[in-house]
Write a protein that binds this ligand. Structure first.
Ligand code: 5GP
Ligand code: MG
Ligand code: MG
Length: 178
């Protein structure tokens, strides 16, 4: 699988992503205006570029934490079983929390992670995903804010990998096997 030859076709440009993040941050400001206890939680590893751009557009006092949940492994099919590989460093009880995800696909990952974090009794828990593939959903889950809805294509770039490669592409592209 990982040694198959492929090309990457641009799907969402770096410029379009930046413009969308500006709009999303206006909505996030409206939600969290006045807070002094917001923790922005990035789901590793795919959200690391998105969270970096997002927090620099947020004019709010925030902390940043990370959580790693297992998802695809190195293939292109979801495992459905979600495991926590790295937990948050800080407590979130009574805090406002914004969970940042790269893609909501079947929905299992975000569903599992939000249930886990809710059990820790944050004051408020909101979610944002850069990408959403609604046609792939298996559990009832939608992020509070979504960057772009996309069709059922395997995408890479802007933090998102294929077999750990291509995370450093500045745009979102779809993988086309040749
Ligand atoms: P879910 O649990 O919603 O099925 O999967 C979510 C995770 O699967 C995402 O956070 C992402 O890591 C991975 N994933 C879903 N679709 C894609 C895709 O098109 N490309 C890559 N590289 N990962 C994906
Ligand atoms: Mg992810
Ligand atoms: Mg991955």
């Amino acid at each position: 699988m990982t040694d198959r030859r492929y090309v990457i076709d641009e799907m969402i440009s770096a410029k379009a992503i930046a413009a969308r993040i500006e709009a999303l941050c206006r909505a996030i400001h409206d939600e969290f205006d006045g807070t002094d206890k917001l923790v922005v939680v990035g789901l590793l590893r795919g959200s690391f570029v998105f969270i970096a751009d997002l927090v620099r557009e947020l004019d709010l006092p925030i902390e940043v934490d990370f959580l790693e949940a297992s998802s695809y492994g190195d293939g292109t099919e979801s495992s459905r079983e979600v495991r926590i590989l790295k937990d948050l460093r800080g407590a979130i009880e009574g805090r406002d929390v914004l969970v940042v995800e790269d893609i909501v696909d079947t929905g299992h990952t975000l569903h599992h992670v939000t249930n886990l974090l809710k059990s820790r009794e944050p004051a408020r828990l909101k979610t944002i995903a850069l990408l959403d593939k609604p046609s792939r959903r298996e559990v009832d889950m939608k992020a509070d804010w979504t960057g772009f809805e996309i069709p059922d294509e395997f995408v890479v770039g802007y933090g998102i990998d294929y077999a750990q490669r291509n995370r450093n592409l500045p745009f979102i592209g779809k993988v086309r096997f040749t």
